[in-house]
Design a protein around this ligand. Structure first.
Ligand SMILES: NC(=O)c1ccc[n+]([C@@H]2O[C@H](COP(=O)([O-])OP(=O)(O)OC[C@H]3O[C@@H](n4cnc5c(N)ncnc54)[C@H](OP(=O)(O)O)[C@@H]3O)[C@@H](O)[C@H]2O)c1
Length: 289
């Protein structure tokens, strides 16, 4: 299967490119210069593809509060154009989306059918993109994930490792809950979904995240439980409430996603978040400083 992957330099896009041979797919991943999501009118699909995975997005959650128009174009409008172009050729599209479409007030994991109520510009623009894709292409999967990290790119795991090497004390938010999800696992699942859509499995919205859940504080503690003995350091990791770390964009307190539907429909694999984290830390801790 030959797939157009947008956002090929991002965490999930890089994982798709790297894992493509193992997953039995060919990836075409044009850079921003060739496929610019901020200029939806210019978007053209390359010939010969069998589907699209749209991982490209405006992901600077806090900056989006002051760059609304750009975030809206990239996250809200461009996905609809990609979906329309794919639909003209009868091709499926997997649209990556986010837990930030929810307000986080539910006490249980979110189901695909739960009402959306984004708290931030980023969340609103991603929700607009979801609707645009659903409306434009009957062969779609809106794949919501959360708390993405990878060896490649910038993310919480790498930030905590860096800060813990520099400081003796880290203060980390302990009242937001989610599942840290490795980009490689998302890439594998996205390809399973794309193949499933090709083979006639049902379109729709699907939640995909690692198994289990923790808080940002729990994640930072798990990172340093592993890194500490290796690096001969043990920074104090102190829990703080969200109010102790003010940010321009509001985040949901509960980011847990119920993933039963994607497993039963596409047979995708979900690993416990701790297992994927261990694998990632083994790589990161072997890297030269
Ligand atoms: N990161 C998370 O915690 C998280 C959580 C839930 C859902 N998601 C969703 O998962 C998907 C993948 O996220 P990620 O973490 O892999 O994102 P990422 O690492 O921030 O990568 C974003 C990608 O989008 C590209 N991009 C941004 N603006 C573009 C434009 N105007 N034209 C073309 N490409 C553009 C970037 O290209 P450049 O390298 O050129 O900037 C980059 O390749 C996104 O849809 C995101 O909304 C992410």
């Amino acid at each position: 299967m030959k797939l157009l992957v947008t956002g090929g330099t991002g965490q999930v896009g890089e994982a798709l490119r790297r894992l493509a041979p193992k997953l039995g797919i060919t990836v075409i991943a044009p850079g921003r210069g060739e496929l610019d999501l901020s200029n939806p009118g210019s978007i053209r699909l390359p010939p010969g593809i069998d589907g699209v995975i749209n991982t490209g997005a405006y992901t600077a959650v806090d900056k989006a509060e002051s760059e609304r128009a750009l975030a809206e174009t990239v996250n809200g409008i461009a996905p609809g154009v990609l979906a329309t172009e794919a639909a003209k050729r009868g091709l499926p599209i997997v649209q990556l989306s986010t837990d930030y479409v929810f307000d986080g007030t539910k006490t249980e994991p979110y189901l695909e059918t739960d009402p959306v109520n984004p708290l931030s510009v980023y969340g609103r623009t991603k929700e607009t993109g979801e609707r645009a894709v659903r409306d434009a292409n009957p062969r779609h999967a809106v794949m919501r994930t959360c708390w993405v990290y990878a060896v490649h790119g910038n993310n919480f795991v790498k930030t905590m490792l860096r800060l813990g090497k520099e400081r003796d004390q880290l203060k980390v938010v302990a009242d937001q809950t989610g599942a840290p999800t490795l980009a490689d696992d998302i890439a594998r699942a996205a390809v399973e979904i794309a193949k499933g859509l090709r083979d006639g499995k049902p379109a729709g919205t699907y939640h995909y995240a690692a198994g289990g859940a923790t808080t940002w504080h729990g994640l930072a503690s798990a990172i340093w439980a592993k890194a500490g003995p290796r690096l001969g350091r043990s920074p104090a990791i102190d829990p703080i409430p969200t109010s102790g770390y003010p940010t321009p964009a509001k985040r949901p307190q509960n980011s847990r996603l119920d993933c039963a539907k994607v497993v039963s429909t596409f047979g995708v694999i979900r690993r416990p978040w701790e297992r994927a984290l261990d694998e990632t830390l083994a790589i990161l801790l072997d890297e030269k400083p």
